[in-house]
Design a protein around this ligand. Structure first.
Ligand SMILES: Nc1ncnc2c1ncn2[C@@H]1O[C@H](COP(=O)(O)OP(=O)(O)O)[C@@H](O)[C@H]1O
Ligand SMILES: [Mg+2]
Length: 168
């Protein structure tokens, strides 16, 4: 398999608290377009779902839609779908997926075609994980509420680094 080309080194960001994580999610939500895939990795409790919640809230605002009343973690449902006028968001949590092919039942083909996908535990997809993706890895930071984000633009995303991080 051909490996995607990494055009930019990963961007490292220090997120001092939950608000900083939410701000990052909001910033990225303002740039996404249908078909985009965001892979959210990191250990349990790293903040993947917190990131996804802020992302979905910001996306709703951008779409002029009301904030979804509830944005549950898809821990057991494996996927939650949010409908907006022009686009849907698929929020996956694949922790409990054993074989990549199980995810076809969750609608990944539709998600990857023309929706926005937020994927927790993206490694579960194996070779089904699209080469064109934004990878966000969250790690522990210096304090309890601090995190470090490592953001990697892969494949077609590599042209978009300066769109999202014009000054970095
Ligand atoms: N800077 C931060 N970024 C994200 N979450 C944070 C941060 N600081 C504290 N938290 C808390 O850490 C927890 C992360 O949980 P969650 O998002 O469910 O993790 P995951 O989905 O990665 O398992 C939440 O309770 C959140 O409020
Ligand atoms: Mg989670």
């Amino acid at each position: 398999m051909v490996k995607p080309i990494v055009a930019a080194s990963p961007i490292l960001l220090e997120l001092s608290d939950l608000e900083a994580t939410r701000a990052l999610a909001g910033r990225i939500a303002s740039w996404v377009r249908p078909g985009d895939v965001l892979a959210l990795s990191g250990a349990l409790g790293a903040g993947k779902t917190a990131f996804a919640r802020a992302f979905i809230e910001a996306f709703a605002k951008r779409a002029g839609a009301p904030t979804p009343e509830e944005i549950p973690s898809p821990t057991f449902t494996l996927v939650q779908v949010y409908e907006f006028e022009d686009c849907q968001i698929y929020h996956f949590d694949l922790y409990r997926v054993d074989t990549p092919t199980e995810v076809y039942e969750l609608g990944i083909e539709d998600a990857f075609a023309d929706s926005v996908s937020l994927i927790e535990w993206p490694d579960r997809l194996g070779a089904l994980l699209p080469g064109d993706r934004l990878e966000i890895e969250l790690r522990d930071g210096a304090t309890e509420n601090a995190r470090q984000a490592e953001i990697t633009f892969l494949g077609a995303w590599s042209d978009r680094v300066t769109e999202i991080f014009p000054n970095d």
